[in-house]
Design a protein around this ligand. Structure first.
Ligand SMILES: [Zn+2]
Length: 418
């Protein structure tokens, strides 16, 4: 195999810190999009789906801040990344290593940026990412995708929704995703968003054209309240009725996150697919409740008599858990559940005292936290002829405004990225 070590490797590895690199051609183009951290671990398979320019960051200890493409990148000259090839990205001795199937190699101990000059994008482990790809070696190798807001919304829509849903439902989802994205910026200091459900699931751009159609039809549209994007949370299915935000999470009641009737009854996640049975030891361990002799469980309610959660008391401790906390600690599908003493099958609707050996059975409806837009409810409304405006108004109320984000220095339309 005729392995070729590109000049960039020599420059970056041997001489970069000692003289101005002779390979600098131009300043890097600025993507100025959202910087999304990808949950990828090396080695990663890379294919560049078009001509790709390579940049390096000639500053050793720069603390990254989004957008990363605004950092002082400098281009490495020459055809350094042949896009017809498949490359393997790895971290070798603390240094970025890109190795092609033909033995071409690029190594660097400084951050690298791959920029798709014709907008073709990248394939990473089989998933398609637009914009720019940034490789950041620091205590491991971190992967970032810098992407326009509209491309990001399309990627999240493809990861969080079904292509088979009616277009109006997908448009409602796209507006919610865009609003929630802008509301969420700032959670992570050195980048804008992660690609997990902590922010929103983002697995690159989907192949189905309908997602792009929904995003394009709502380009720049967001929901706002008091002049700022709303916390447009959404979930799969509430199980018949959505929840007030302050009853699921601690916080101020928001006028746009009120409990409303859901239309998710025919949806895939309306009923839990199974019951969840916990023995005494599993339950007390998962909740971190120290018990010596007996456990007293006391439900607590809102003014409408809806149960918000339970107190768990023993002789040693007392802890309060909201339904949403129990969902998280016990890995339940939703906070919309009923609890039964098993096998007696007595539902716990008031204070009870349990002895060691008692089992609890959880059964319920819905999937997700149950606040804001219900995705299966939106799909049902759309199939009944409601528009995405009407769907959004139903789930977020009449106090929010639907407005169009015309321009913002951080969120240009895709065409302005070139
Ligand atoms: Zn996150």
């Amino acid at each position: 195999m005729n392995g070729r070590i590109y000049r960039v490797a020599l420059v970056l590895v041997l001489g970069l810190m000692f003289f101005p690199p002779a390979t600098v051609v131009s300043e890097a183009p600025t993507v100025l999009g959202l910087t999304v951290k990808l949950s990828l671990e090396p080695p990663v398979t890379l294919r560049c789906l078009g001509p790709t320019a390579l940049f390096y960051l000639p500053v050793k200890d720069l603390v990254p801040t989004p957008p990363l493409s605004a950092a002082p990148w400098q281009e490495v000259g020459g055809s350094t990344i042949r896009h017809q090839l498949t490359w393997r990205i790895d971290l070798v001795d603390g240094r970025i290593s890109l190795l092609s199937e033909q033995g071409d190699m690029v190594t660097a101990d400084l951050p690298l940026m791959l920029y798709s000059t014709d907008g073709g994008g990248f394939e990473l482990n089989g998933a398609f990412y637009p914009g720019a790809l940034l490789l950041w070696p620091e205590e491991g190798l971190h992967f970032f995708n810098e992407v326009s807001l509209e491309d990001y919304v399309c990627g999240v829509l493809g990861s969080e929704a079904y292509a088979s849903w009616p277009l109006e439902a997908l448009k409602a989802n796209a507006v919610a995703i865009r609003s929630y994205t802008l509301y969420s910026l700032g959670k992570h200091g050195t980048f804008d968003l992660c690609d997990t459900i902590h922010c929103q699931a983002y697995r690159g751009l989907p192949r189905e054209e309908v997602f792009r159609t929904a995003v394009t039809a709502t380009t720049g549209e967001i929901l706002s309240w008091q002049g700022t994007p709303i916390n447009a949370v959404y979930h799969s299915s509430s199980g018949g009725r959505t929840r007030n935000n302050e009853e699921v999470w601690v916080g101020t009641p928001l006028p746009y996150l009120r409990s409303v009737e859901d239309f998710d009854h025919e949806g895939r996640n309306y009923q839990w697919p199974q019951h969840y049975l916990f023995c005494w030891a599993e339950l007390t361990q998962a909740l971190g409740v120290a018990v010596d002799r007996e456990l007293r469980i006391v439900p607590f309610f809102n003014v409408d008599g809806e149960r918000l959660g339970f107190w768990f008391y023993s002789h040693l401790t007392g802890k309060q858990f909201r339904n949403e906390e129990l969902r998280r600690l016990l890995a339940l599908p939703s906070p919309n559940f009923r609890v039964f003493i098993y096998p007696a099958e007595t539902e716990i609707t008031q204070a009870v005292t349990l002895l060691p050996g008692t089992n609890l059975l959880f059964t319920g409806k819905g999937a997700g936290h149950g606040v804001g837009l219900s995705q299966w409810g939106a799909a049902a409304m759309a199939s009944q002829g409601y528009s995405y405006h009407q769907i959004l108004r139903h789930y977020y109320g009449s106090e929010v405004r639907l407005s169009c984000l015309r321009s913002h220095p951080r969120w240009p339309q895709p065409a302005s990225r070139q």
